[in-house]
Design a protein around this ligand. Structure first.
Ligand code: CMP
Length: 161
């Protein structure tokens, strides 16, 4: 209930989500997500911190670029889960970290009960995607285009009306 994106959920919905969540521990330096992999789960940092590393591109010739550091209460892995695309970045535990892993079915149920959650997640994804694109020097899209495209993609993927 302390996690910002899930705040709108009722107590019962939060309890239900918690029951469908797997608690996982990662050691310092351990990889949680590898860029390019398939993935159908998202994660929330309950204790510790993780770093988000941009995938290697021709432009950054093997250099590792950290796009963000996420602490307690922050989420990651939502992009592949919500859009069906491969993992966009590599995520590594900085310190010993406890994360909650939430599967596709639990997220789908949550969206069906709270459709506006898909919209607020689209905002977060649009921001993150803009940073990924800036790093890869992809053609710039405006945040608004991103947001609309991502929201449409989520609705399609989860067959929401
Ligand atoms: P996903 O693509 O499933 O797997 C890698 C995750 O890294 C991605 O979901 C996001 O949760 C996270 N991520 C990617 N880019 C950023 C960013 N710029 N800032 C914060 N998190 C990001």
């Amino acid at each position: 209930s302390a996690i910002e994106i899930f705040e709108p959920l009722s107590d019962e919905e939060t309890m239900q989500l918690a029951r469908q969540t797997e608690r996982r521990m990662f050691a310092p330096g351990e990889t949680i997500i590898r860029a390019g992999d398939e993935g159908e789960t998202m994660f929330v940092v309950n204790r510790g911190s993780v770093k988000i590393q941009a995938p290697e591109t021709a432009d950054n010739n093997g250099k590792t670029i950290t796009l963000a550091t996420l602490h307690e209460g922050r989420f990651f892995g939502e992009m592949a889960l919500l859009t069906g695309e491969p993992r966009s970045a590599t995520v590594i535990a900085i310190e010993e970290s406890e994360v909650f892993e939430i599967g596709h079915d639990a997220v789908k149920r949550m969206f069906e009960a709270n459709p506006y959650l898909a919209e607020s997640l689209s905002d977060a994804i649009a921001e993150r995607r803009a940073l990924l694109d800036a790093n890869a020097e992809a053609k710039p899209e405006t945040m608004e285009q991103h947001r609309a495209g991502i929201f449409a993609g989520i609705k399609r993927f989860f067959r929401l009306s």
